[in-house]
Design a protein around this ligand. Structure first.
Ligand SMILES: NC(=O)c1ccc[n+]([C@@H]2O[C@H](COP(=O)([O-])OP(=O)(O)OC[C@H]3O[C@@H](n4cnc5c(N)ncnc54)[C@H](OP(=O)(O)O)[C@@H]3O)[C@@H](O)[C@H]2O)c1
Length: 319
């Protein structure tokens, strides 16, 4: 049983037993989408705190070695960007050193590692989408810790890795911007949202499907190992994103109290961590190697809000 795609980019031949995939950070938002989109023939093995801790390499080995997973998907991270500023030690232990421990373990197991990173590794000084070769320049502890994590994977000596940077993630099962705006817009008459930071929202389900494609388990062959960018297509500011959320909620008949969304400058909304003013990711590389079509951010937002609306309606009908 292989822990890496063969020369033709395939993990499994016909008639082989299910591929064992360790899902790290299994309780998180992206992990939920990874489960939801998992292809047939996969045995998903979930791992998360408190039993599985990225800062405890010996404990990770005890948990993973007997199960011998062939693929590790690391969705675990300390993702509260502002909290990272005051808890830098934890941020660097989890986001910086943790992925290195996991990569070393993957190498011992002969497994492939998929590791997630962020647009916040960039400074935001660019005026065109960031490609994988662009120099990083993180502005926050979170961004620096995630960059350290990427470098730890590369330095581990593991060659079978995919590092995937994404941005502005939302989806089922997570605290995220869409949920925050949906809640605030039902409570308040006016919202103020930052309008001078540009990026691209990413629907977790789209990203998860792209991860399965990248490793060759959802149609097509595996892409070459290395660093990739993935977000939805297009770009917007947080303000544009909030306006689209409210407009689409209204169209679905969801409760919207807010009459006005006020565009704010970053300086008018002080938070502990600095964010890049521009962090749009170029996706040419992942598209080239997987052939995926990336949906526009507005289309995916509509898909998510429609699913969320239908789920709430079903719940209220008691189904
Ligand atoms: N969310 C975004 O907007 C965004 C944007 C760009 C990139 N990313 C990256 O995408 C990936 C997935 O993000 P997400 O939003 O799905 O994250 P999430 O919902 O915050 O989930 C992260 C998971 O990791 C777990 N975790 C935290 N510390 C851990 C540790 N020391 N050991 C093991 N597990 C630990 C968390 O457990 P607890 O809940 O118990 O802490 C949680 O289950 C991350 O690598 C993140 O950096 C996210």
């Amino acid at each position: 049983m292989r822990g890496a795609p063969d020369g033709n980019g395939h993990f499994r031949g016909p008639g082989q037993p299910p591929l064992r995939v360790a899902l790290i950070g299994a309780g998180g938002m992206l992990a939920q989408a990874v489960r939801q989109t998992a292809p047939e023939g996969i045995e998903l093995l979930p791992f998360d705190l408190p039993a599985f801790d990225l800062t405890d390499p010996a404990g990770m080995a005890v948990a993973l070695e007997p199960l011998r997973p062939q693929l590790l998907i690391n969705c675990a991270a300390f993702t509260r960007v502002d909290a990272c500023e005051s808890e830098a030690e934890r941020a660097f232990a989890v986001n910086g050193a943790g992925p290195g421990h996991l990569a070393a373990l993957a190498q011992r197991l002969g497994a492939t590692l998929v590791h997630l990173s962020t647009d916040f590794v960039f400074s935001g000084a660019a005026r065109r989408p960031y490609c994988e070769e662009d120099a990083p320049g993180p502005l926050s502890v979170y961004g620096r810790s995630k960059l350290q994590g990427e470098r730890a994977v590369v330095a581990s000596g593991l060659s079978q890795y995919y590092i995937v940077r994404t941005s502005w993630l939302y989806g089922p099962g997570g605290a995220n911007f869409v949920e925050t705006v949906a809640r605030l817009t039902a409570e308040r008459e006016e919202l103020g949202i930052v309008a001078d930071q540009q990026g691209t929202p990413t629907f977790s389900v789209d990203l998860a499907a792209a991860l399965w494609r990248l490793v060759g388990l959802r149609g097509g062959a595996a892409a070459p190992f290395g660093l990739y960018h993935y977000s939805n297509a297009g770009c917007c500011s947080w303000y544009d994103f909030a306006c689209a959320i409210v407009e689409q909620l209204r169209a679905l008949g969801s409760p919207v109290r807010a009459r006005q969304i006020r565009p704010l400058r970053t300086a008018e909304y002080p938070v502990p961590a600095r964010r890049p003013a521009y962090s749009v990711l170029a996706k040419d590389k992942i598209c080239h190697h997987t052939g995926i079509h990336i949906p526009d951010w507005r289309t995916s937002l509509a898909t998510y809000l429609r699913q969320r609306h239908d789920a709430a309606a079903q719940l209220s009908r008691g189904c």
